[in-house]
Design a protein around this ligand. Structure first.
Ligand code: NAD
Length: 340
């Protein structure tokens, strides 16, 4: 019997997670919820997703927009085995009381503080730790990207320390109300919150991050400098490790991918839904080992990188896969993410 999954909050992350659930053989989507009618709500109805009323939404607004509601978010959640909360930052914590009342396992997103859940999750890092848990937080897009890279480097080469600068996209493509329009905004929290967030998964990792926000909507880019404790002899060994790990895509020099615009164009050409790129993206020419010092760039598609992790979190929590490899393979096959 497939498990019944509800998606509470149908925005950038929620709509992608809902689509991803629909593609898994061992899961069924019982519904999605929204606070207001919108083109996204209409699209959910068109796709046949039962639409429920979230938060303080007004049913009469949906009636006026001729969007049929299947009930309230609470009713949706009561009919499910697990809920993925994809409400805006900090609202997930407010929704926790509802999940506690209903007694349903819940997955939260990276916009919530770590203590909203028992465990922070990244599939390549700590799948086993999340098995059977009732409250799991899938870490943010940037933290997912860093944790995945840590899952490659730590077991093979060790990390003495890691210094990363995050060049963060200013907004998601539809967020016309956000800036900056023309500028680079340093994040005056030094170091930034991302390093501590990675340590919710790797408590002993000496990672520090700083961040800047730039006027782009396509992707984030991380500039990494890692001191390895057991460095390999040459850069190629690091590239081989990355290339042999699921959810990494390394562009070769001959592909002429100069930066994030070509990454997105590549995603369009390969037919990715919404030009999503769920892998960590690296460039062969953008990885260099100098003694024990590893330098690498990686690009992270903020809108979609956490989607496969949400699917794996469902499997870990409900015992649908014995190990991370099985879950990752099932998820990636269903989502069309190429195996290594
Ligand atoms: P969003 O604003 O695009 O979508 C949020 C949705 O939740 C909207 O549809 C809204 O109607 C709905 N909502 C509002 N109040 C609600 C409530 N009380 N209960 C249920 N739903 C409610 O937000 P998003 O970008 O999808 O972010 C969702 C979460 O994912 C946040 O924690 C965020 O930090 C995290 N996240 C976002 C990104 C990104 O780049 N957008 C990347 C990784 C993680």
């Amino acid at each position: 019997m497939p498990v019944k999954v509800a998606v509470n909050g149908y925005g950038t992350i929620g709509k992608r997670v809902a689509d991803a659930i629909r593609r898994q053989k061992d899961m069924v989507l019982v519904g999605v919820s929204k606070t207001q009618p919108s083109f996204e709500a209409a699209e959910a109805v068109r796709k046949g997703y039962p639409l429920y009323l979230a938060g303080k939404g007004k049913p009469e607004e949906f009636a006026a927009a001729h969007l049929p509601l299947a009930g309230t978010a609470e009713e949706m959640i009561r009919s499910a085995d697990i809920v993925v909360d994809a409400a805006p930052d900090k609202i997930g914590r407010d929704n926790l009381a509802l999940y506690n009342r209903v007694g349903i396992p819940a997955i939260f997103q990276g916009g919530e503080k770590a203590d909203v859940a028992e465990v922070s999750f990244s599939a390549l890092s700590n799948f086993a730790e999340c098995q059977g848990k009732k409250r799991v937080r899938v870490v943010s897009c940037n933290t997912t990207g860093l944790a995945r890279a840590a899952s490659v480097l730590l077991p093979r080469f060790g990390v003495e320390w890691w210094d990363a600068t995050l060049i963060r996209r200013g907004a998601d493509p539809p967020e016309s109300h956000r800036g900056p329009i023309n500028g680079i905004l340093p994040t005056f929290l030094l170091p930034s919150h991302h390093g501590p967030d990675v340590r919710t998964i790797y408590p002993d990792l000496k990672i520090n991050t700083t961040a800047l926000v730039v006027p782009t909507t396509l992707m984030h880019v991380h500039v990494n400098h890692v001191r390895l404790t057991h460095p390999p002899g040459e850069t190629k060994e690091v590239l081989d490790a990355l290339r042999s790990t699921p959810r990494f895509h390394v562009f070769a020099a001959w592909e002429h991918v100069e930066g994030t615009p070509q990454v997105i164009e590549y995603a369009r050409d390969r037919g990715s839904n919404r030009h999503d790129v769920m892998e960590n993206v690296l460039w062969e020419n953008g990885v260099r080992l100098d003694g024990a010092d590893l330098y690498f760039f990686q690009a992270i598609h903020q809108e979609s990188v956490v989607v496969p992790e949400n699917i794996d979190a469902v499997r870990a929590m409900l015992g649908l896969a014995p190990d991370p490899q099985t879950s990752i393979r099932l998820t990636d096959e269903a989502l069309g993410i190429a195996p290594p």
